[in-house]
Design a protein. Structure first.
Length: 286
């Protein structure tokens, strides 16, 4: 299958291109500059020069493809919806896979699935109208699918690294906000890449939580990271206000108490997370 992908030079994008190529798909990937073009080329995609605001480029590339995977991070909901609309117009009745995120469910109060009500922090509240509009295309003959990744780890650990730049690391300990009793819905980068590949065969209107099924506490994650950098057992509690000072409003997401199940993707797509020991992976620094 010929796939057009945005965000290919990023953390998830590189892994997803590699997974698509491994499964025999050919990939064109949006590249806003030469550096991005070199990155997507290195993992097997053909670069398409342009940015997320180049709607004609997005539309034309989608029209050449049999499926679209939209991974690029938009600056605003309006930008994301405009890009999604251009690509859905281009792909027609081909599969369009849109990226959301599990943070939209807020505090889950136990283990939940994709039927849980939305209760997003302000950081991601804009996703609701975008995803509603994307999924509405199913009623017009389109094949929209939404993948909602959990908190990613593995490889560069991009999102988790945002958190671990908070105070305490330089002082010889790994930080945790408050007591760290809240849970994180983790997913390994290689597993989420495989889910994007599997989502190409999903039914129109499907939504999948991309999680590994293991939801450790934030403190346990901090302890694992501490071990990986030679600071075993050394964690330091910081306040939410300190976290705001260091990382901004994304701190609101890191204090969410979230537990989600991947059961729907397992049942409908045959996708099963292969990384079932996130704390072990993090403790080894992998």
């Amino acid at each position: 299958m010929k796939v057009f992908l945005t965000g290919g030079s990023g953390y998830i994008g590189q892994a997803t291109i590699s997974a698509l190529v491994k499964h025999g798909h050919t990939v064109e990937a949006l590249a806003r500059n030469d550096r991005a073009g070199d990155i997507v080329s290195s993992v097997g995609a053909t670069p398409v020069r342009g940015g997320l605001g180049d709607l004609k480029v997005l539309n034309a590339a989608a029209a050449r493809a049999e499926a679209v995977v939209h991974l690029a991070q938009a600056e605003t909901g309006d930008e994301d919806l405009a890009a999604a609309t251009a690509m859905q117009d281009g792909i027609g009745n081909g599969t369009y896979v849109h990226t959301g995120g599990t943070w939209v469910y807020g505090n889950t109060e136990g283990v939940v699935d994709e039927t849980a009500p939305w209760n997003p922090p302000g950081l991601v509240a804009w996703r609701k109208p975008v995803e509603d509009a994307v999924l509405a295309r199913a009623e017009q003959g389109g094949r929209p699918v939404v993948v909602q990744p959990g908190l990613l780890y593995g490889g560069e650990n991009r999102l988790i690294n945002i958190f671990y730049t908070a105070p305490g690391k330089e002082a010889g300990a790994i930080p945790v906000i408050g007591d760290g009793a809240n849970h994180w819905a983790l997913v390994h980068i290689e597993d989420i890449a495989e889910l994007y590949v599997a989502a190409l065969k999903a039914k129109a209107g499907s939504v999948y939580a991309g999680v590994g099924g293991v939801n450790p506490t934030a403190k346990d994650v901090s302890l694992a990271v501490a071990k990986s950098v030679g600071l075993e057992g050394k964690v330091v509690s910081i306040t939410l206000e300190q976290a705001y000072d260091q990382m901004g409003v994304i701190a609101d997401a890191f204090v969410l108490d979230q537990q989600l199940t991947p059961a729907r993707a397992e049942a409908e797509l045959g996708w099963k997370p292969t990384f079932t020991d996130p704390l072990g992976v993090l403790a080894r620094g992998e």
